[in-house]
Design a protein around this ligand. Structure first.
Ligand code: ARG
Length: 573
């Protein structure tokens, strides 16, 4: 069942004519550019360049392809083979192919795309930690945090379906000299009432004001340093105050995450790793990697990586961002013993992560490639003061409280939910439709255009397919007459559906969500094309049954894709 059977049939067919083995052939079969060119294509130059000279392919690839194409006879699965230049194109038998693919979707349903993965690792399920979102307390949740949240959530979900044990970590920026300054500012400008109502914004306002003051009055910096030092030395009052800021901020962030349907296994942060900071110094010292600077500060020697030394302790003995990340590496190693650690953070921290991974690898003896910086570009035109990242933190989250229901306006509340989900889909899809490292500009009208390649279009395609199912009122069966699905539109739709498992695999290999997004656009277009010509409602029952299964399979695939991207598919719009 499924596309693999057909790939195997093709490989078997070719075995007598090449020295390649089955697995090699399977990995070389590609999807042709145009669907009219068959379901699979094999490039002979690619075969020769990956596997070296093939004694059975002595002629020019073009000539060899001509000969093979002429030799191959139709089978139960393969209808014909054509030679196009140095490539062999395989055209499958429509009915067996359609039957096999649709039955597979029918069996696997919400696991279609990864059902075969489940047992991959047997007993030893690998663990991966994913550090994402990770905003800073008292500073705005900016576009970079939004991207980290969206992309990190996707990276988490795709690892889950690929059989990994996943620990999603929100590593708050909640420690450092700036929290000393914030505390000093709070004494002057703090308002308990405002803090309770909207901690994120109030702390930010305080922070902005005290920073302005400190520019005129440098003694405030000294005060802030002292305060932070007292925090690092465990001063009870200082810590209690900071704990309050942290707790209130986290619970207000949780509201946003909940709304975005995003959850973390662990809320951690720079403040949570202090037990491990002495260990960082000790391990590095015992490995003779610490260098003392003139002013007494400490740095790690990274000569073995051809990098400059990196500071991990200030002259006054306090820790830095780098120190705390190294401590968290040790802590995570103790707690989760992960096989892979992924950090979903903007490209502007690339240099920083290169240093971190070098230090971490020296410190833990883990190979450096167990650490990965899943980086991404900037969003232009989304200012932190008025932009959407900010709106997401302030807009009322009223769709899932039951006030609306109580006074009988369930419909309103549903409308609110739909509007909210559409907005979220628009933002998510805009964010994941290009390669991660690309910068893009934020533009509401472009990202909500229902005719463009947007999240709104994908939701619309999904809701529309649900509508076909509701209206037609046909029971789904996998024992329908597949030969009735004979039109080209049907073949192309089934073909598109069949590529899904490979799309998931490709996207996993690169951790690029755009592979999935672009596929979902293709799938939606193929579905809409087919649904214009192939009616279900009021058709002859056998035909309606077969078409229904096909549209259901398309919708199920779309649904699986949206869910994998972290989007809740809408049944109605
Ligand atoms: N809080 C940091 C920032 O806003 C991002 C933290 C990323 N994670 C990490 N382990 N360094 O820039």
């Amino acid at each position: 069942m499924g596309v693999l059977c057909f790939k195997k049939a093709i490989a078997n067919y070719l075995l007598p004519y090449t020295s390649c083995k089955e697995p090699q052939l399977l990995s070389l079969l590609r999807v042709p550019k145009r669907q009219k060119e068959g379901q699979f294509v094999l490039s002979i130059p690619k075969l020769l360049s990956t596997h070296g000279p093939d004694p059975k392919i002595q002629q020019k690839p073009n000539v060899w392809c001509q000969e093979i194409a002429a030799k191959i006879q139709p089978t139960d699965n393969i209808e014909r083979v054509s030679a196009v230049g140095p490539n062999l194109h395989f055209h499958l038998q429509q009915t067996p192919f359609t039957k096999s693919i649709l039955q597979q979707v029918y069996e696997e349903q919400d696991r279609y795309g990864w059902a075969h993965i489940r047992e991959r690792f047997g007993e030893k399920q690998p663990t991966v930690t994913i550090d994402y979102s990770s905003p800073n307390i008292a500073k705005p949740f900016h576009a970079g945090h939004l991207r980290s949240t969206i992309i990190g959530n996707f990276i988490k979900r795709i690892h889950q379906i690929m059989g990994y044990q996943v620990i999603g970590i929100n590593y708050f920026g909640d420690w450092g000299k700036q929290y000393g300054l914030l505390a000093v500012g709070f004494e002057k400008y703090g308002d308990e009432q405002l803090l309770k109502v909207d901690p994120i914004h109030h702390l930010y306002q305080v922070y902005v004001k005290i920073n302005q003051d400190a520019e005129l009055d440098p003694s405030l910096h000294q005060k802030a340093n002292n305060y932070f030092k007292s925090m690092e030395q465990g001063d009870k009052d200082a810590l209690a105050q900071w704990q309050r800021f942290r707790d209130l901020s986290i619970s207000s962030y949780e509201t946003i995450y909940h709304r975005l349907n995003i959850a973390f296994e662990v809320y951690s942060g720079e403040s949570q790793v202090s037990d491990y900071i002495p260990k960082v110094y000790n391990v590095l010292k015992s490995k003779k990697l610490l260098m003392e600077m003139e002013d007494g500060a400490l740095a790690v020697d990274l000569t073995s990586f051809g990098m400059d030394p990196v500071l991990i302790q200030r002259a006054d003995g306090t820790s830095l961002y780098m120190t705390r990340d190294l401590a968290s590496v040790l802590m995570r190693k103790d707690k989760y013993a992960a096989d892979k650690s992924i950090y979903v953070v903007g490209t502007e921290q690339q240099g920083y992560f290169a240093q971190l991974f070098a230090c971490a690898s020296l410190m833990t003896d883990q190979p450096i490639d167990q650490f990965m910086h899943a980086n991404f570009g900037r969003i232009n035109g989304m200012s932190t003061r008025q932009g959407t990242a900010d709106n997401l933190t302030t807009m009322d989250d009223d769709h899932d409280d039951d006030k609306g229901m109580a006074d009988g306006s369930k419909e309103n509340s549903d409308m609110g939910f739909i509007a909210d989900q559409l907005g979220i889909s628009a933002i998510f899809i805009q964010d994941m439709k290009s390669k991660r490292t690309k910068n893009y500009s934020f533009a509401w009208d472009r990202m909500t255009d229902a005719r463009g390649d947007t999240g709104v279009l994908l939701q619309y395609a999904h809701a529309r397919a649900c509508g076909i199912e509701r209206k037609a009122d046909v029971t789904m069966t996998k024992d329908c007459d597949y030969s009735l699905l004979k039109e080209q539109e049907a073949f192309e739709l089934v073909q598109t559906i069949s590529y899904w498992p490979e799309v998931v695999q490709n996207s996993f290999n690169t951790l690029e969500p755009c592979t999935i997004v672009n596929y979902l656009f293709k799938l939606s277009h193929a579905t809409s094309l087919a649904s214009h010509t192939l009616r279900v409602k009021d058709m002859d029952p056998a035909l309606a049954e077969a078409r229904m299964l096909m549209f259901w399979a398309a919708r199920t695939t779309l649904r699986n894709g949206l869910t994998l991207l972290g989007i809740r598919p809408l049944d109605r719009m």
